[in-house]
Design a protein around this ligand. Structure first.
Ligand code: BTN
Length: 253
């Protein structure tokens, strides 16, 4: 594991907080004053949130951070940063987890370790008057402890922790440079060459590609074979009624 201070990506600010409500809220408060991209890491969060309005548990020792950036293009491109973030997470975790860790990415933006959920990503756009000024990319990683499965929704993916699965015990402040470097690498790729190379890399890491999955949207439940993701990042399922592109859903295996 290399974790030298000089390995921090150039031009990116870093704020480390002992405690806050949520790094997403901290990001919204800080964004107007930021001169460039910034990571906001909190050692404790009192009101952390997950996707679809769910609460996110943050046991002590786990990683919780939000990266604030100015998105490269419009609203549609902004959503694709979740794939950039998932690849970065996968790479950073592979670097610290050791050779036996089985990492994969679950559409749209969870990272799995040995089949359980180790990390989640939450994207929020910040701005006023319909204009996105900043993108807040929130990342939670169960570094030390898996949250209590009893507090999760029925059918939710079983949570695991890095320490529980691999024995690696890395503090959040030490994990951050791995993630920041990996994110800067994939961000540069995305902003130079577009979504195509990110999509290819993402598909190579995708969990259950080619297998039958169930997608639960707010309106319906769709079952089908996970064929690919399209150029907008939607999951494409081969269903009995033909191909379906799903833009947002919870996926069950
Ligand atoms: O539902 C998910 O899987 C996404 C979870 C995102 C949690 C992170 S922790 C850091 C940031 N601050 C928050 O309040 N949420 C995100």
């Amino acid at each position: 594991m290399s974790n030298k201070a000089q390995d921090w990506p150039e031009g990116v600010a870093r704020h480390v907080l002992e405690r806050t409500d949520s790094t997403m809220m901290e990001a919204a408060r800080l964004a107007p004053q930021l001169a460039g991209p910034a990571w906001i890491l909190a050692l404790e969060q009192t009101a952390a949130r997950g996707r679809r309005g769910r609460a996110w548990q943050h046991p002590k020792g786990n990683f919780s951070a939000t990266l604030v950036i100015r998105p490269w293009q419009g609203v549609e491109q902004a959503a694709l940063y979740s794939f950039v973030a998932a690849l970065a997470l996968d790479e950073a975790l592979a670097q610290v987890a050791g050779p036996h860790a089985r990492l994969s990415i679950k559409w749209p933006n969870d990272v799995l370790l040995n089949g359980g959920k180790i990390a989640g990503i939450l994207l929020e756009s910040l701005g006023a008057g319909g204009q996105i000024s900043h993108l807040a990319i929130g990342i939670g990683v169960n570094l030390r402890e898996a949250p209590d499965p009893g507090a999760l929704e029925p059918g939710a993916m079983a949570p695991v922790s890095l320490r529980g699965e691999t024995g690696t015990d890395i503090p959040p402040t030490d994990f951050l440079p791995y993630l920041a470097r990996a994110f800067a690498k994939y961000q540069a790729q995305f902003e130079s060459y577009g979504f195509a190379p990110i999509r290819t890399a993402w598909l190579a890491r995708a969990a259950r590609l080619g297998e039958t999955v169930t997608a639960r949207t707010t309106l319906e439940t769709v079952e089908g074979r996970f064929e690919t993701i399209n150029e907008s990042g939607a999951m494409v399922l081969a269903t009995s009624a033909g191909p379906r592109a799903i833009a947002a859903a919870d996926i069950f295996f």
